[in-house]
Design a protein around this ligand. Structure first.
Ligand code: SF4
Ligand code: SF4
Length: 287
């Protein structure tokens, strides 16, 4: 029995876009970046029970009692109306869940999935839970065949990775910009630790994918293409996934930015391939 808990934003039992193959995707609540381009902006903050979302729910699935907002899952229609006005970039639907409760979801899906991806928000902010969950999966004969992956922004310290890696099958890391200055503009944080994490994970053979997000007119990869490709070669030519920015669901200034098309992605893909990057994965869809 394991009662260690995490704030869970959402569970998708069968996902084909959160890592290789069919996977259960577990989204943890809370993030230590503030990306202008975030596609899940309601996973960034933590609910402070201000109550502003309660009256916006068209199905009366939210109530306020004793200063606490309560979400009634059996009434909720998953319309997401409550997400849009939250001043904390949070969701009233985030739930505190134990390792055992999450394992029950994984067991229900286990016959139909190849693994688990823990995403967010930033999954590694709840490191003790993550470690306990992966350890419990490996100890369970009905689950230990499943590959557990982390989808991370790469800000975790080396100490944190060293704790997690013995029970983790791999990580997919976003490098949202090459230069520190542009990374700070997009995310509010510098990228030195992200690059350090990428080097560490590659050296430990745990880097499943390096992810680059192409935002038209707000992207510096081509400006620094030689330095970027030299870095990718240092990592050992890991798979590089190109993701296309789409503005649907994005908050603030980035909602006015242009979504990426195949015409935006191709020059970057061509530049990487021309410099010897061997595996460049293109977006599965454009919106
Ligand atoms: S989810 Fe957001 S709007 Fe709703 S109570 Fe929590 S902080 Fe307030
Ligand atoms: S998603 Fe939010 S607004 Fe929609 S029914 Fe559920 S609680 Fe209400």
């Amino acid at each position: 029995m394991n009662s260690r808990c995490a704030f869970v934003s959402k569970i998708i039992p069968f996902s084909c876009v959160d890592g290789p193959g069919s996977r259960l995707a577990l989204f943890l609540q809370g993030c230590n970046m503030r990306c202008k381009n975030c596609h899940n902006p309601w996973t960034i903050g933590r609910c402070n029970h201000c109550g502003e979302c309660v009256l916006t729910c068209p199905h009366q699935a939210l109530t306020l009692a004793g200063g606490q907002v309560q979400w009634h899952a059996h009434i909720c229609q998953q319309c997401d109306t409550c997400l849009h006005g939250c001043p904390q970039q949070a969701t009233p639907m985030a739930q505190l869940m134990s390792v055992d409760a999450v394992l029950a979801h994984i067991r229900n899906a286990a016959l139909f999935i190849e693994g688990l991806t823990v995403s967010g928000g930033e999954a590694t902010l709840q490191l003790p839970f993550l470690h306990a969950l992966f350890t419990a999966m490996r100890a369970d004969p009905s689950l230990h065949h499943l590959k557990n992956l982390v989808d991370s922004n790469g800000l975790l310290s080396e100490t944190g990775w060293r704790k997690l890696l013995p029970v983790c099958d791999g990580a997919m890391i976003d490098l949202k910009a090459w230069s520190n200055e542009h990374h700070r503009f997009l995310t509010g944080r510098e990228n030195t630790q992200v690059k350090t994490s990428l080097r560490l994970l590659a050296a430990e053979n745990k880097l499943v994918e390096l992810r680059l997000l192409l935002i038209p007119e707000h992207c510096d990869y081509l400006t620094h293409i030689d330095a970027l490709t030299a870095f990718i070669h240092q990592l050992g030519n890991v798979p590089v996934r190109l993701n296309a920015f789409h503005r649907h669901g994005v908050y603030g200034t980035a909602a006015t930015w242009r979504s990426a098309t195949a015409d935006d992605i191709e020059p970057l893909a061509d530049a990487l391939l021309a410099r010897g990057v061997t595996t460049v994965l293109l977006p599965a869809l454009y919106l």
